[in-house]
Structures are given as structure tokens and as C-alpha cells.
Design a protein around this ligand. Structure first.
Ligand SMILES: Cc1cc2nc3c(=O)[nH]c(=O)nc-3n(C[C@H](O)[C@H](O)[C@H](O)COP(=O)(O)O)c2cc1C
Length: 169
């Protein structure tokens, strides 16, 4: 059985978190973590990681990475800010630069859940797919599915059920 880790990429407990909570209710042993509960400093841009397979900053980053490495499927819920991933989430990604050319996450199956406020969540899907494209390319992520939600609406339980069925399949 695949082990599932649900990661809220929002800096508040709102729509992204609510979606993950609903998924968690239906997936045995799936764990949720919230990036906002960890002290993840800003990437300094020093490129220490180019020569060393780690980040020079000693903070909570590896508490998150270790949990990612212990699981098989990682579901990221990511808010859309100004047509791309929020700065809060992007900083987490920037801190993964030490993984570049090291295929660290190659064996993980990734699911992206994009959350925007636009009623037409197909726009969120389009904008966010573009926004995560280079991360997928440079960190060699195997994205097995992606979903978009509109936080202007009630939780789309039909879509959440689809995610749950997909995770169980
Ligand atoms: C600074 C900022 C910029 C935003 N830009 C967009 C946007 O371009 N498109 C969009 O659909 N929603 C946008 N939103 C709305 C968020 O995507 C929305 O509040 C979403 O629910 C955030 O996820 P969360 O509820 O999990 O925090 C923006 C919100 C903020 C705070």
C-alpha cells in the first residue's frame, strides 16, 4: 500500500487545508503537514547547494524533506497568488535547489492541488500548471495527477472523491 503525505502549501488553515482534511478522512494513515508550522527561512541564493548536496541553512527544512522521503505519494495543495504559486510556497521550492541534478524525488509520485479564488478553476489549472512546470522539469518530479479548485465555492466534494478514488487505485 502506498504511503500518502498531504502537504498544505498555504500560510493559513483555509481552503487548501480543508481539501486535505477531507482527503485524509478517507485515506488510512495519510498524514497532513502544514508548511506554515515549520521554520523554513528564505533561500539566500548562495548556491552552496551546487557543490554540497544540502542547504547551508540549518532550520526545519529537513523535517519536511524527511517526511517526504518516507512516503510514496506526496499531495501538495498550493494557493494561486497573482497567477502562479504563492511566494510562501515558492520559497519552500527554492530551498529544494540542492536537489537539482540529484534526482532526489524521482521515485515519489506527486499530485498537485491548485487552489485559486476564480470561479472558473480551469484558469487556475492553466496558470498553475505553467507555474509548476519548471519545478517538475528541474526537480524531475513524476506528477501523476493535478486538480484545481475554486475557493469561492463550497468544497467540491465530487472532485475530492475523485482524488480519494485515484489515491486508492
Ligand atoms: C496576494 C494574493 C494574490 C492572489 N492572487 C490570486 C490570483 O491571481 N488568482 C486567483 O484565482 N486567486 C488569487 N488569490 C486568492 C487565493 O488563491 C485564495 O485566497 C485561496 O483560497 C488561497 O488558498 P488558501 O485558502 O488555502 O490559503 C490571491 C490571494 C492573495 C492573498
Amino acid at each position: 500500500m502506498n504511503k500518502v503525505l498531504l502537504i498544505s502549501g498555504s500560510n493559513r488553515d483555509c481552503y487548501s487545508y480543508k481539501i486535505l482534511k477531507e482527503i485524509q478522512k478517507n485515506i488510512n494513515d495519510a498524514k497532513i503537514i502544514k508548511l506554515k508550522d515549520y521554520n523554513i527561512e528564505l533561500c539566500r541564493g548562495c548556491l552552496f547547494c551546487d557543490k554540497n548536496a544540502k542547504c547551508i541553512i540549518d532550520d526545519d527544512l529537513f523535517k519536511v524533506i524527511n517526511q517526504i522521503l518516507e512516503n510514496d505519494i506526496i499531495v501538495f495543495a498550493i494557493p494561486n497568488y497573482f497567477g502562479g504559486m504563492s511566494g510562501f510556497f515558492k520559497n519552500f521550492i527554492d530551498r529544494l535547489h540542492y536537489m537539482y541534478k540529484r534526482s532526489t524525488l524521482k521515485d515519489k509520485k506527486i499530485i498537485f492541488i491548485y487552489v485559486g479564488a476564480l470561479e472558473d478553476d480551469s484558469i487556475t489549472m492553466e496558470e498553475m500548471t505553467k507555474s509548476t512546470h519548471n519545478i517538475e522539469k528541474y526537480l524531475e518530479l513524476s506528477v501523476i495527477n493535478r486538480y484545481s479548485f475554486s475557493s469561492r465555492k463550497e468544497l467540491d466534494m465530487k472532485k475530492i472523491k475523485n482524488i480519494i478514488s485515484f489515491l486508492k487505485s
